[in-house]
Write a protein that binds this ligand. Structure first.
Ligand SMILES: [Zn+2]
Length: 322
């Protein structure tokens, strides 16, 4: 985990990597904001006491502006840098930034790039990235919904630049991953799947949103009514997600892993438990084993009840070690 914690190298050819960093704690959104640094503290303190040492640490890497510019306008990247470094403030109604937020966002995006490179070189087979700010709502030219740069989308484009042509992204955060959908809506090389509460923030993610042009059929939205739990999620995996992924045959699997569909989450109304994230992780690992030698990277997105978040991330992480 972070430099200060004990590390044992997890021996074996299927090593799982983990990245987190104190800089993410300096993305200061204020103590009363739901997406605050205590989220990461809760996860880290849990993994430090349990299974964190079984992961191989991933080295620190800041994304270059050109790498982020594969998804975002360079003018937005530059404006965000100067806004943060001047003093910070609110970018939209619910997205505050502080002086260190730009650097934290560059490190969150860079984590995906470094993990991808480590997996490409054979040092790791999969990775869990405990980063913030999260990314899946951010759009080409603006921040949105606590998200600054779209970490998972930037990683998908980087993967393609190093030879992984077909990338699948599964977003199980309770909110629709509108930014990721937008980035690849007309692109048949990236298969985007989102399960989310609907109707709900951010308003997009209807089942009829399936892609456009050559990308038609490469976006799969699974909107779910408030209150859904394991039964409905299992049905979605069995009937739509797994068959869709098997047909797509990805070269690499990415997860936008939000944990706010947990029944205790204060921002949403779904009914999952921590163990739900265990079986969902296992299902996706099996897809990755069938099609891409187990290559998978998971990015932390949402999740706002600290105990539920720690429980759920631990369940997810445990599965990634299997
Ligand atoms: Zn969310």
């Amino acid at each position: 985990m972070v430099e200060s914690t004990r590390i044992d190298y997890y021996a074996g050819c299927m090593a799982a990597g983990l990245f987190t960093d104190d800089l993410f704690l300096e993305h200061d959104t204020g103590a009363t904001h739901p997406e605050n640094a205590n989220r990461l503290r809760a996860i880290r303190s849990r993994l430090d006491r349990t299974i964190g040492s079984r992961f191989q640490p991933i080295k620190r890497n800041f994304a270059e502006p050109e790498e982020v510019a594969r998804i975002h306008d360079i003018r937005y990247i530059q404006a965000l840098e100067s806004f943060c470094k001047r003093s910070g403030g609110y970018l939209d109604g619910d997205t505050p930034v502080s002086r260190r937020s730009y650097d934290a966002a560059m490190l969150a995006a860079g984590a995906g790039i470094e993990a991808a490179n480590q997996i490409k070189s054979g040092n790791l087979s999969r990775a869990l990235l405990l980063v913030r700010p999260p990314g899946h709502h951010s759009l080409q030219d603006r921040a949105m919904g606590f998200c600054l740069f779209n970490n998972v989308a930037i990683c998908a484009r980087h993967l393609q630049s190093i030879g992984f042509g077909r990338v699948a992204i599964i977003d199980w955060d309770v909110h629709h991953g509108n930014g990721t959908q937008d980035a690849f809506y007309d692109d048949p090389s990236v298969y985007f799947i989102s399960l989310h509460q609907y109707p709900f923030y951010p308003g997009t993610g209807a089942a009829r949103e399936t892609g456009t042009g050559k990308g038609e059929g490469f976006t799969l939205n699974i909107p779910m009514a408030a209150g859904c739990g394991d039964t409905e999620y299992m049905r979605a995996f069995k009937e739509q997600i797994i068959p869709g992924l098997d047909k797509f045959e990805p070269d690499f699997l990415l997860i936008s892993a939000g944990f706010d569909a947990h029944r205790s989450d204060p921002l949403a109304q779904m009914s999952l438990s921590a163990s739900s994230f265990e079986w969902m992780s296992r299902e996706l690992l099996e897809v990755a084993s069938r099609h891409c030698n187990g290559k998978l990277i998971s990015f932390l997105e949402g999740g706002y009840d600290l105990n539920a978040l720690a429980d759920s991330v631990e369940a997810h992480a445990q599965t990634l070690l299997a």
